[in-house]
Design a protein around this ligand. Sequence first.
Ligand SMILES: [Zn+2]
Length: 232
Amino acid sequence: MKTKIVNRRTLLHSAGLLAGGLLVGAGSAHGATRLSAPPARPATPDEAWATLKEGNRRWVADAAIHPHQDRARRDEVAEKQNPYAVVVSCIDSRVPPEIVFDAGIGDVFTVRSAAQTIDPLVSGAIEYGPVELATPLIVVMGHQRCGAVTAAAHALREGTTLPGDLQRIVEALRPAYDRAHGDVDKMIRINTVDTVAKLKADKLLAPRIARKQLKIVGSYYSLDTGQVTRLV
Ligand SMILES: [Zn+2]
């Protein structure tokens, strides 16, 4: 019995060493793959979108390189950040922007609300990057089978009122509901495009778009494939 316990401990110890070895190996591979990551921050709206698209392509292909997720990057951005995009997405646990775009710390501002609905507080958060740090791209990202949109469609169809501030989300989605005739997937897409239109009319963002310093892209994330498709 005693021998068995010792053997088990030895085994666990070996497993620990092995795991440590694997981690070191992964770290080296990681270091090597980082060389293929963009060497500099994308400077233009198109470069920023190309970088996000490429990161999403890796995520879809199960070939993520997890760039900028190490101590060196932490040190690099500890005093100052300079992200190349603002991603406006849903609170849904399945759509974290840094993961679906295979990005790291200091790369993107993420602004998340239920069904990426916006109000003045959220708009202020979105304005921050472009206005203060010249962030060249905003990506609004809706997603497949959005629970917030589904719940809102249900409430509007049944004529029920959700408790507390949840009803605000329902009201924010009412225009999309009306135009989609209650079709949830259409609602998701219409609401995303509507959010882009609202942001394009934002008094701080509009002049930057006119000067070609900023672009706003509307997109749709597939939970099934991981792919981000541009809508507008
Ligand atoms: Zn959602």
